[in-house]
Design a protein around this ligand. Structure first.
Ligand code: MSP
Length: 641
């Protein structure tokens, strides 16, 4: 009997475009779906869009659209992106579709009939961005969301509640009995400790806006958007209108939900409680991945550092982008998307290890046997070790994929690839080729290599569907690679003598790490700066600059540039002559002002008048030199240092 496998991504909010975070989950689901197909499963893969809720209603309003028009315009953007990323989903569900409304109504009715829904009043805080109720003890800075940091709204309205608390113990028991229910383990522990702090009943209806699925038993109320959204997973498998399919892909299937760590609680708590209440089987695994940063920083539109999948595909190609995302970090961990590490990864794993192996192997086969497969039954040193590593690889891949650990599975495959490269160095086909008596051994070595490449191409197919198919073409295999099955990789002789290998072409070009222009820090300084005619601090200390107050001012007779000031210092009154008459045609306005003056200059006589200090002025092209005025609150005699 064929085994069934159902995999889902979260359904994405339509308010923003797809980005590396959403692309990541979707690629992961695609990899898992394709992998399970190579394991012989009948696979169903669903993604889609989450289209109801206050956030969407408000976004549509600001654009002068109806929510339906707005979601209709956004959903295709996701479909387009998934096409570009070579995502082979079976169904794209939109929560505004009639089949979904039917499913939500059905589950609500079932839960209600069970006596698990009651009427009450919700009073508390709500985050519209996350579409979530935030309990008072989680609120940060008095009124902000602990997850997205946005300001919370106070909600006070009649609401229907789902008796989630009733299922607390049953859920804990399920988690305990099914250790892989929540993956990875770190997330499981987090969820368990959250449940142990006691679950509250969940408000599942809203009545202060309209964009949602109406509730039959609660006129005027619409379904809380998460209750609505989570139900998509059973809508898509025919819960409301295709019992046969529901039986196949829910009741008799492995069910795996993939999502980011931020929404694991909805999937690992609310969703299972809903299912327990409705009497529906729980999913097999709820798997949460980590969060991506970009070049070490949190991605945000304002910083302009959001990784756009289209651009990455343009730079590296779809398969390479998919490979790098899956290989760079372990699925549960956070990761950083950095150009330097991506290019290093491409050059090392893809160009050097796999690309070279393919090229060298096909090049040698062409040179020694004209690219036509020969018989080769002379096993020798190193063959055993190569074959053993292959056995280990299969086990590693199987174990890792069972725990949804993509990077570990890839690590295992690359161990085998490295072993094959080493095998070439150990068996030195070029030496064997020189000796006519070693011809058959040479054939065996070369056959091990093409067989190894065949095996590897099937394992990497879920990650790089196009590149693996290119490898098949170069190996002269004409069947479509998507039909390949891991089960068939057990033997070592896929190629019969006489099989014609294809032409070798490099499939992974090496890339240069771009010299990223250092972002100019606007506050950066030149530490090497040379200052001409610099003085020592001691020189400056010799100059006494202090705050003085102007008591009187008049023109100096016979000198139209000069003004004569009487100024007050801490220790008495002085006279200062200053050449600023042109800047102050109405010099009287200066009386009472506090200004800066050098007060330890040797007194001089100017036009017969004594000057016992010098004002500091600022040269001002437009209206001449101006005194440096000081706030009247500054104390007289205060020194400038
Ligand atoms: N609509 C809900 C899901 C409902 S499922 C019943 C939702 N949508 S979302 O569009 O906001 O988020 C979708 C996914 O993107 C989440 O799994 C989230 O973790 C993921 N990511 C968003 N930004 C991310 C990163 N920077 N890195 C990795 N994934 C991140 O939540």
């Amino acid at each position: 009997m064929t085994k069934n496998f159902y995999v889902t991504t979260p359904i994405y909010y339509v308010n923003g475009d797809p980005h590396v975070g959403t692309a990541y989950t979707t690629i992961a689901a695609d990899v898992l779906a394709r992998y399970k197909k190579t394991c012989g499963y009948d696979v169903y893969f669903v993604t889609g869009t989450d289209e109801h809720g206050q956030k969407v209603e408000e976004a549509a309003k600001t654009r002068n659209l109806t929510p339906q028009q707005w979601t209709d315009s956004m959903a295709p953007r996701f479909k387009d992106m998934w096409e570009k990323l070579n995502i082979e989903y079976n169904d794209f569900i939109r929560t505004t579709e009639p089949r979904h409304k039917d499913a939500v109504k059905k589950i609500l009715k079932t839960v209600y009939d069970k006596g698990d829904i009651y009427k009450g009043e919700y009073e508390g805080k709500y985050c519209v961005a996350c579409e979530t109720f935030v309990p008072e003890n989680s609120v940060v800075n008095e009124n902000f969301c602990p997850d997205c940091g946005k300001e919370l709204r106070i909600v006070k309205e009649e609401s229907y509640f789902f008796k989630m608390s009733k299922y607390q113990d049953q859920l804990l028991k399920h988690i305990e009995e099914n250790p892989d229910f929540i993956l990875p383990n770190s997330r499981k522990n987090e969820v368990v400790s959250f449940i142990k702090q006691n679950l509250h009943d969940l408000s599942i209806s809203r009545n202060t806006f309209e964009w949602g699925i109406p509730i039959d038993f609660a006129p005027g109320h619409i379904t809380y958007v998460w209750f609505d959204a989570l139900t998509n997973y059973i809508t898509a498998t025919g819960y409301a209108n295709n019992p046969e399919m529901f039986d196949k892909f829910w009741n008799n299937s492995e069910v795996v939900h993939l999502m980011g760590k931020d929404i694991v609680r909805f999937h690992a708590i609310i969703w299972p409680c809903m299912l327990l209440s409705a009497g529906i089987k729980l999913p097999t695994n709820v798997v949460a991945h980590g969060w991506w940063t970009s070049e070490g920083e949190k991605m945000s539109k304002s910083k302009g550092n959001v990784v756009a999948p289209e651009l990455e595909i343009e730079k590296y190609g779809v398969d390479v982008f998919r490979y790098c995302l899956m290989r760079e970090v372990n699925f549960g961990n956070d990761g950083d998307y950095a150009t330097k590490s991506i290019i290093t990864r491409i050059n090392t794993d893809l160009a050097n290890d796999l690309g070279n192996l393919l090229n060298r192997t096909l090049g040698m086969y062409k040179k020694y046997f004209n690219g036509i497969v020969v018989k080769g039954d002379i096993s020798g040193e190193f063959d055993e070790s190569l074959k053993n590593i292959w056995e280990e690889t299969l086990i590693t891949v199987e174990k890792s994929m069972a725990k949804v650990e993509f990077s570990k599975a890839l690590e295992g495959m690359w161990k085998f690839i490295s072993r094959m490269n080493k095998y070439i160095d150990e068996t030195t086909p070029w030496t064997l080729a020189k000796d006519e008596t070693s011809k058959e051994r040479l054939g065996t070595v070369m056959n091990n290599l093409i067989n190894g490449l065949y095996k590897v191409s099937v394992l990497i197919y879920p990650y790089m569907p196009t590149k693996s198919s290119d490898i098949w073409r170069q190996l002269g295999v004409i069947n479509p690679i998507k039909e390949a099955k891991i089960e068939e990789l057990k033997g070592w002789n896929f190629f019969n003598p006489g099989h014609v290998l294809g032409e070798a072409e490099p499939i992974f070009p090496r890339l240069e790490i771009p010299v990223i222009e250092e972002k100019k820090d606007e506050l950066s300084i030149n530490e090497e700066l040379v200052i001409e005619n610099s003085i020592e601090i001691g020189d400056f200390d010799k100059i006494k600059i202090e705050v003085v107050e102007i008591l009187a001012v008049e023109k100096v007779k016979g000198a139209d540039k000069l003004l004569k000031f009487k100024v007050k210092l801490k220790d008495g009154i002085r006279q200062i002559i200053s050449g600023i008459a042109k800047s102050y045609p109405e010099q009287e306005i200066l009386v009472g002002e506090k200004v800066l003056a050098i007060t330890n200059l040797k007194p001089v006589k100017l036009r017969g008048e004594i000057s016992q200090g010098m004002f500091l002025t600022v040269e001002n092209k437009k209206n001449g030199s101006k005194l440096i005025q000081v706030d009247s609150k500054v104390e007289l005699g205060a020194r400038i240092k």
